[in-house]
Design a protein around this ligand. Structure first.
Ligand code: AP5
Ligand code: ZN
Length: 214
């Protein structure tokens, strides 16, 4: 199963990716997590990406396309993958089409901007695994600690309100055009497209995804 999760920053892509990965046993390819890992490791890519990400802008298409194509070519993606945060621009989507990378499902998470700003303020993440929590809506068992490892949770650099608002602007301008891009492909039966109401509880959305994909 090859899936694209499409939605604004904070729409819940990472949260549901964790659920889908565990339920259907397919790897999550989170381009945001990959970039954050590169920053932490201090690689050239990380050095290039840090400033761009902290400002809430997009890393260049060339870099992102290369990164994802390399990842998809790995053995664990042979039976499917879950793209979380890619494609994010029309050129990125075109590059996938041109490379002949087929997609079964495009799942759009619909959440209004104001709800997103509130969500981001309470987000906590486990940098090692990419697991995501929210202080109110999806709290860890022990405050400030990852459920599985007990490691400290952190606040992402780009979750400051001004940066979140900037990221939302970038989403509407550069990523939202992918909605009609993939709807058109769905009309031609190239992909299946589903729009989900992302404002509901995490569990309710997970259940809907499970029945949709089973
Ligand atoms: P990335 O890490 O992909 O960030 P994003 O797309 O902005 O998405 P987020 O991770 O912020 O949100 P999410 O949808 O995963 O929501 P989450 O589940 O965490 O990218 C970061 C940066 O990297 C970009 O800005 C860019 O610079 C660069 N980048 C990455 N990919 C790129 C690309 N392809 N091209 C160019 N640049 C790229 O949930 C958010 C919060 O809400 C959490 O606290 C969660 O617990 C809570 N929550 C989730 N679901 C619910 C619910 N149903 N109800 C209540 N709370 C919920
Ligand atoms: Zn995410």
């Amino acid at each position: 199963m090859r899936i694209i999760l499409l939605g604004a920053p904070g729409a819940g892509k990472g949260t549901q990716a964790q659920f889908l990965m565990n339920t259907f046993n397919i790897p999550q390819i989170s381009t945001g997590d990959m970039l954050r890992a590169a920053i932490k490791a201090g690689t050239d890519l990380g050095k290039q990406a840090k400033e761009v990400m902290d400002a809430g802008k997009l890393v260049s298409d060339d870099i992102m396309i290369g990164l994802v194509q390399e990842r998809i070519a790995q053995e664990d993606c042979a039976n499917g993958f879950l793209l979380d945060g890619f494609p994010r621009t029309i050129p990125q989507a075109d590059a996938m089409q041109e490379a002949g990378i087929e997609i079964d499902y495009v799942l759009e998470f619909d959440v209004p901007d104001d709800v997103i700003v509130e969500r981001m303020a309470g987000r906590r993440v486990h940098p090692g695994s990419g697991r995501v929590y929210h202080v109110t809506y999806n709290p860890p068992k022990e405050e400030g600690k990852d459920d599985e490892t007990g490691d400290d949770l952190i606040v992402r650099e780009d979750d400051k309100e001004a940066t979140v608002r900037h990221r939302l602007g970038v989403y509407h301008e550069q990523t939202e055009p992918l909605v009609s891009y993939y709807r058109k492909l769905a009309e031609q039966n190239v992909v299946r497209y589903h729009k989900l109401d992302g404002t509901r509880d995490v569990d309710v959305i997970s259940k809907e995804l499970k029945s949709l994909l089973s």
